[in-house]
Design a protein around this ligand. Sequence first.
Ligand code: SF4
Length: 301
Amino acid sequence: MNVVVPDYYADFACLQSACRHNCCIGWEIDIDDDTLDLYRGIPAPFGERLGRHISEDGAPHFVLDERERCPFLNEDNLCDIILALGEDALCDICTEHPRFYNEWSDRTEVGLGLACEAAGHLVLGRSEPMVLIGEPSSDPLLLLRDRLLAVLQDRTVPLAERLARLLAHCHAEAPSADMGVWATKLLALERLDEAWTGRLLDLQKRWECLDLAAFDRVIATRQTEYEQFAVYLLYRHFTAENAADACATFVVLGVTLLYYLGAVQWEETGQFTLDDQVELARLFSSEIEYSDENMAFFLDA
Ligand code: SF4
């Protein structure tokens, strides 16, 4: 099978104990059957510890502690399962995160999700246009997707124009420009992190009074961050299952939200760094992309 990856893929490295938003905090991780069988065969005392912290009520999963941490994430933010049993003993989800996979007729496409801050820096911090590594496809949908990627990466025109062309190519509607309405909709969806709720409430309150011309000057040399975000969203969500027009609208909405959330942060704090951009994208990704229900809200509409 042809496996396709973005050209930055091989550069990914987990930040491990240096990660500020460790993926082992706040997410209840399901354990696949093979790994569960492996854990059942581990002798005491570690096997006994595994048994105490795994629930088989519903899909087998690690039970988070009172601080919402994985029970095997130690105080140095290292994984006790890896320390005791090696990396091969991780369940599929822990092994794969933050990778995502899209299956096509003649290829598997793999990418790195922006819910991981290391991936965020890699994707949003690069200046060159993303290039896909792998054999070309003859799948008509993928050929269309590649044309759409080229539209988003055409640096001879401003990004706003590229987004308009993306919508036109997909016969898609532009999302409402009323960020207050979007903030209200997003506040009505499932939310995990209070930081996301705070950002949405600030957006709802301030979006109409923002000095966007001033913010545009701040980010004038940072258009590639928004391009990379748009390209990432298209690569991840333009699939055989998702309608092209809904996907294009979602891409444009995602970039617009990132822009406005950045403007709010800049007005509130007086600064807006790449770190801040990565953090906004991380919140967006964890709250929207990692919730089937929230994705369905955007892509099934
Ligand atoms: S979020 Fe990314 S960098 Fe942080 S611990 Fe998880 S995989 Fe590593």
